[in-house]
Design a protein around this ligand. Structure first.
Ligand code: GLU
Length: 307
């Protein structure tokens, strides 16, 4: 039943795509729109196929997006291959951008990107400023209590970037060092856990449920920042000894004078986050599982130069 519905959804997608062919998309720094994408999936499907008509049975919150005519998506703007905004053209690119565009295309609506950080993405979702987050957002049990996440579309790992001059090459070398992390990220907890599991620091005080990067000082400490460029500057200035986050995010900060440590740890499964128990959660899950099953996501991963 689910698959039948999905094939109807995909049929509607194909039809919507053909309606949109040639329209193009003008992208501006924070938003983008396809002014000519005026046909909704509902309009497209009702014209030609009774099977596709099931695609018109949208949940009220999904119908509200269609009526608004714009899907509002929180994305990263400095993560190459995932969500990256060209400074000159303002154009966004990456796997998460393409997935967002495909969801908008399926709905037959324009899309609008809002650049988010680990610190701002959930506030913007909770306030209703955005409909979903497609921003290297790791699925965790704790986060699942507050938001819905789709099946993961990508799995990354956490690692650590250092200045070559520091001589730090492994987790063992990070003992008693200060590490820059983003507030609102999983990074500090992941690194502390990896240090404990490696036997480099004492884990007797560690509790995954109550861990706080601001107060942890056993064998390693953390400085939290609002965004990644600021951590990179702090690393150059020697304010922190290392910069820890997902490898995909670190890539743009890996200059000639810097290196990753040898270890990568703590798999980070990225999912689309939506408002808990919303109709849009169900729709995103159906679309993502369909695109995982039919090879669309594998193809997008390859096209965007990520592994
Ligand atoms: N992916 C990690 C997280 O969700 C790192 C932070 C980020 O995405 O910016 O916590």
């Amino acid at each position: 039943m689910k698959m039948r519905k999905l094939s109807a959804l995909l049929l509607a997608t194909v039809m919507t795509a053909s309606v949109l062919t040639g329209c193009g998309s003008a992208e501006a720094p924070a938003t983008s729109s396809t002014p000519e994408s005026s046909k909704t999936a509902a309009e497209s499907s009702s014209e030609t196929s009774s099977e596709a008509e099931s695609a018109t049975e949208f949940a009220p919150d999904v119908q509200a997006i269609i009526d608004r005519g714009v899907l509002r998506v929180g994305v990263k703007n400095a993560v190459l291959g995932f969500g990256y905004q060209d400074e000159l053209t303002g154009e966004y690119s990456g796997l998460e951008i393409e997935l967002a565009k495909k969801i908008a295309e399926y709905l037959g609506v324009d899309y609008e990107f809002t650049a988010v950080t680990a610190a701002t993405r959930t506030e913007l979702l909770d306030s209703g400023d955005i409909d979903c987050v497609l921003a290297t957002f790791t699925i965790t049990e704790e986060r699942k209590k507050s938001w819905d996440f789709t099946t993961p579309y990508y799995t990354d790992y956490v690692t650590v970037l250092v200045e070559n001059s520091s001589g730090i090459t492994s987790l063992a070398d990070l003992v008693d060092k200060k590490v820059g992390v983003s507030s609102g990220s999983t990074s500090a907890k992941s690194l502390t856990k990896a240090m404990i599991e490696g036997g480099f620091i004492d884990g007797s005080a560690f509790d995954a449920d109550t861990f706080d990067a601001a107060t942890w000082t056993t064998g390693i400490s953390f400085q939290q920042y609002d965004d990644y460029p600021t951590i990179s500057t702090a690393l150059s200035a020697g304010e922190v000894d290392a910069f820890c986050v997902d490898k995909s995010i670190l890539a743009v900060y890996n200059t000639d004078s810097r290196s990753y440590i040898a270890d990568k740890f703590s798999p980070q499964e990225y999912g689309i986050a939506t408002t808990k128990d919303s109709g849009f959660s169900t729709l995103c899950e159906e679309l993502i599982t369909g695109w995982l099953a039919d090879g669309t996501i594998d193809a997008l991963i390859a096209e965007n130069g990520i592994e």
